[in-house]
Design a protein around this ligand. Structure first.
Ligand SMILES: *Cc1c(COP(=O)(O)O)cnc(C)c1O
Length: 377
């Protein structure tokens, strides 16, 4: 590998370590005892990350993160249930779309993409509609990078006697989600975000007592969470070919996560990346969509600069030529673009990125990244 791969400042897949990549340089049979042991170990380690003890289990699901979210909703929300979906971005909307396919009863509460979910509104909605059995929320809405208050939301949901399902895809492993501070029946995440593995595996951490009651709910053979779990428990095997290389690399990524100090260590590095990025971009005149208090240290949305000489495609290509991949915006509330601070990157890469951004702006003749309408805060 003479030429270095680009640094991925995106919401995932992300830059991975060389040792994670090297873990994939073997052929394994899916019934290989060594692989089975790694898979069992991986499942246990994920339960440990949420302090789940004997009450929780990991059900891995082949595919990207959305496969895990779909398996979670399709498994936990039964034909007689009703799901309240809390939406403040594209991933909340995606959960609503999944429920349309499954023809499950739903209700929706929606906020603008730059506003967090409001637990008080959730409380009102649950009091007003007794048919609601479950609530679904996104932990960090990657659309904007906003952090939703899942501990407060979980409190409201538990007090109302309902069950919580969480999409923690872009936060899991970097922001704490612990069974002692957040009450939930299931949380979905994937191999290729803050754990820094390669793409190919989603997983759902499930409360066993709740999972036991989901038999027969799934309307998809491949995404049947209950059957996947039963099969893994009984035979230690996947029902269908697992992404073996991805799982072995994921286990290596979990070792490196642990070596870095677990969630606190990983989150600490990302917070540092985030600070360097935001301070540096602000020094170049750019403004963030979100005030700092709403922002998760995962991915940052910046307003598009006002200077007509700033053409996003040229900025993007210039950065790509200098070895950095950023991400277009996905917002409806503002014209924007996004820069991630997760993956196997640190201070050196963030500082090199800022130097590259400055260089590209100079090349375009853009004096400042200042947007049209100054951000609110
Ligand atoms: C990345 C992500 C997903 C899953 O996306 P895939 O492309 O299926 O991996 C789901 N929810 C959130 C919040 C995400 O950031």
């Amino acid at each position: 590998m003479a030429q270095h791969d680009p640094w991925l400042l995106t919401p995932g897949p992300l830059t991975t370590s060389m040792t994670v990549k090297q873990a994939m340089l073997h052929d394994w049979g899916s019934r290989d005892a060594g692989f089975v042991a790694i898979n069992t170990h991986m499942r246990k380690r994920l339960v440990d990350l949420i302090g789940g003890g004997k009450d929780f289990t990991t059900v891995p699901m082949q595919g990207s993160g959305t496969f895990a979210v779909e398996a979670m909703l399709g498994g936990f929300v039964g034909p007689k249930d009703k799901l309240l979906i809390l939406i403040n971005g594209a991933y909340g909307k995606r959960m609503a779309k999944i429920c349309e396919y499954y023809k499950r009863a739903t209700a929706v509460l929606e906020w603008p993409e730059d506003q967090p979910v409001d637990p008080a509104k959730v409380r009102e909605a649950l009091a007003a509609d007794q048919a609601i059995t479950h609530v679904a929320v996104v932990h960090c809405e990657t659309t904007s990078g906003i952090l939703n208050p899942i501990a407060e939301i979980s409190k409201v949901v538990a007090e109302a006697g309902r069950k919580l399902l969480i999409d923690s895809m872009s936060a899991f492993g970097a922001l704490p989600i612990d069974v002692n501070s957040v009450t939930f029946d299931a949380v979905a995440a994937s191999s290729n975000k803050c754990i820094e593995g390669v793409p190919g595996l989603g997983f759902v951490l499930c409360r066993i007592s709740a999972l036991e009651k989901t038999k027969g709910n799934a309307m998809s053979l491949t995404l049947d969470l209950f059957e996947q779990w039963q099969n893994l428990e009984k035979t230690s095997q996947y029902r269908f070919t697992p992404p073996i290389h991805c799982i072995v690399a994921f286990d290596q990524a979990l070792t490196e996560h642990e070596q870095e100090g677990g969630v606190a260590g990983r989150g600490g590095r990302y917070r540092n990346n985030h600070k360097i990025l935001v301070d540096g971009m602000r020094a170049l005149g750019f403004e963030t969509l979100l005030p700092d208090r709403l922002q998760a240290p995962i991915i940052v949305t910046f307003h598009m600069p006002a200077d007509p000489k700033f053409v996003f495609e040229q900025f993007y290509d210039g950065l790509k030529d200098r070895g950095f991949v950023i991400y277009p915006g996905k917002l409806t509330v503002a014209d924007s673009f996004r820069i991630g601070c997760i993956g196997r990157i640190g201070e050196t890469e963030m500082k090199a990125f800022l130097a590259a951004a400055k260089d590209v702006l100079n090349g375009l003749g853009v004096a400042s990244g200042r947007p049209h309408n100054k951000a609110a805060e």
